[in-house]
Design a binder for this molecule. Structure first.
Ligand SMILES: C[S@@+](CC[C@H](N)C(=O)[O-])C[C@H]1O[C@@H](n2cnc3c(N)ncnc32)[C@H](O)[C@@H]1O
Length: 191
């Protein structure tokens, strides 16, 4: 790891779709329970974006939580990840609640305003954290929330503090610090 890598909050290596199955391993359900983690972010009928959704560990629970009148936008850089979510959603009968969107590396480029955003284990991988936070802020309706989760194994406390500083500079308020296994986590709100 270069010295720079320890001082920059973003720009990390993108998690390969070849290892997608590790994000769905069964023990994760015991230690990162989607219903407990997402409770403050989602209500029935809401539109929620799962940015950097990977194979959809949180996307499918989100789709259940928003219910038949809500919608989840699953966004990822890698089409293989989106295809994985699509297949899993089809098997679960949740396809009609999920829209899919392929991001560009430097832009989320999400089509619609949303009530909530989940950004789980993605921000350290994006090349420009300031741009990511500004775009996420612009995507949210007033009062909307973004749950920021970063892996404590890959993101130092110092880099996480920088990420948070960037989020606050983009206009977010920090309204909570949920405790989540092996994660640095903040609940951010657009005033
Ligand atoms: C470590 S995985 C986490 C996946 C999922 N959120 C989870 O918790 O299981 C990070 C994901 O972010 C995606 N990603 C990385 N950079 C991205 C970007 N600039 N825009 C959209 N997705 C990105 C990767 O393709 C990968 O699927």
């Amino acid at each position: 790891m270069s010295p720079e890598a320890t001082t920059q909050p973003g720009g990390g290596r993108v998690y390969s779709a070849r290892h997608a199955k590790w994000l769905l391993r069964p023990w994760r359900r015991l230690l990162q329970r989607p219903k407990r983690i997402l409770g403050d972010l989602v209500r029935e009928g809401a539109t929620v974006a799962d940015i950097g959704c990977g194979p959809g560990y949180f996307t499918l629970p989100l789709a259940r939580m928003v219910g038949p009148t809500g919608q989840v936008v699953a966004l990822d850089l890698q089409p293989e990840m989106l295809e994985r979510v699509r297949q899993r959603a089809e098997r679960a009968g949740l396809l009609d609640r999920i829209r899919f969107h392929q991001c560009r590396p430097d832009a989320i480029d999400c089509p619609a305003p949303v009530d909530g955003i989940l950004a789980c284990y993605i921000v350290h991988e994006v090349p420009d954290v300031s741009r990511f936070m500004a775009e996420a802020y612009g995507l949210l309706r007033a009062g909307g929330r973004l749950l920021l989760m970063e892996p404590s194994s890959h993101v130092t406390a110092q880099n996480y503090a920088k990420t948070l500083e960037i989020a606050l500079a983009a206009g977010f308020n920090a309204v909570g610090t949920p405790r989540i296994f092996r994660s640095r986590t903040t609940l951010l709100e657009r005033p």
